[in-house]
Ligand binder design. Structure first.
Ligand code: ATP
Length: 322
């Protein structure tokens, strides 16, 4: 089937670089004589026909902007058979031959259902959590890590001045990948991730006591949100070591901001690859960063992969912390 019009949407949690991916989809489509519709508020927009025509000029200046110009939302109705049928009918009515869905695993499950219903779909992985098994990299990860690092560097100044310990909760959903990356980059005393158990006495308290002997007067403990209990951890640290301990939850601050060069480039390459896959007649694909290149993989196979934990980062945290 020839592709004359592509739809693009962002769904799930927003991530810096989603806009850059939208821009790449639109520019690549337009360069191939294909028109482009932006679908607003994720799959809600597909069900409600909430769309906007996008041409090459309408995405000017988008590369540097965080968030998503198309808005993002969750859509429970899309998970139902009626919702799916409505979405397919709208695609037919609007002349959408191919759809690019930018988001996480849930977004790809929706794309899979649509492609089974006859709409050509390609997914682009975008989430700050970097927890999508089929790809080494997801759009937004680098920016979120740098945003967290910037905040922690500032925290360190005040922790150092007051000789305190800071327990910093970073995002990552159920994954510890972002926490480990940030922990390595900020030289944390410990990184607590949901995938690994922790011996508080050995991994935190003893390190802090040992650090005191060597005149290390402040500590940063990174806790992945999936590990939880930041307040309880801070209380235990204070009781065990006597060091005044404060909790900082970085929260949604990590999701905002202008994307880094890495996110802009990745998003641009993935956006172009998604359109190229549709133009090549492919459907039910997700683009992925594999071995320094961008490839496209079967969505069903991609979704069947076990959760990804970057064991190499874990080994590095164990080897280099304190
Ligand atoms: P994030 O990683 O930021 O959470 P995500 O894409 O995994 O992103 P979800 O909320 O899980 O976010 O999914 C986004 C949307 O995808 C849902 O609101 C729903 O519209 C659609 N979706 C999720 N799962 C399914 C499914 N099994 N079938 C059809 N659609 C789905």
């Amino acid at each position: 089937m020839s592709i004359n019009r592509i739809g693009v949407l962002t769904s799930g949690g927003d991530a810096p670089g989603m806009n850059a991916a939208i821009r790449a989809v639109v520019r690549t489509a337009r360069a191939n004589g294909v028109s482009c519709l932006g679908i607003r508020r994720g799959y809600n927009g597909l069900i409600n026909g909430d769309v906007v025509e996008l041409d090459a000029r309408s995405v000017d200046g988008l590369l540097v902007k965080g968030g998503t110009m198309l808005y993002t939302a969750r859509c429970e109705e899309f998970k139902t058979e009626e919702g799916q049928k409505r979405a397919r009918d709208i695609c037919r009515y609007l002349g959408i031959d191919g759809l690019v869905a930018i988001g996480g695993d849930g977004t790809f499950r929706g794309a899979l259902d649509l492609s089974r219903g006859g709409v050509s779909t390609v997914g682009i992985p975008a989430t700050i959590d970097n927890d999508i098994a089929c790809t080494r990299y997801t759009i937004g990860y680098d920016t979120a890590c740098n945003t967290a690092l910037d905040a922690i560097d500032r925290l360190r100044d005040t922790m150092q001045s007051h000789e305190r310990c800071s327990v910093v909760e970073v995002m990552g959903h159920r994954s510890g990948n972002l926490a480990m990356y940030v922990g390595i980059a900020c030289g944390a005393t410990a990184v607590l991730v949901p995938e690994k158990s922790v011996d508080m006495e050995r991994d935190i308290f003893d390190r802090m006591r040992d650090g005191r002997i060597h005149h290390r007067n402040h500590h940063i403990i990174i806790v992945a949100e999936g590990f939880g209990h930041a307040d309880a951890i801070a209380k235990d640290i204070h009781e065990a070591t006597g060091v005044e301990t404060r909790v900082t939850v970085l929260g949604h601050v990590q999701r905002g901001g202008s994307p880094t060069a890495r996110d802009r480039v990745n998003a641009t390459q993935m956006g172009a690859a998604a359109v190229n896959a549709l133009l090549a007649g492919k459907t039910n694909r997700v683009v992925a960063a594999v071995n320094d290149g961008i490839v496209d993989l079967d969505i069903e196979e991609a979704l069947a992969l076990p959760p990804v934990f970057h064991e190499d980062l874990y080994v590095t945290t164990r080897q280099t912390i304190l």
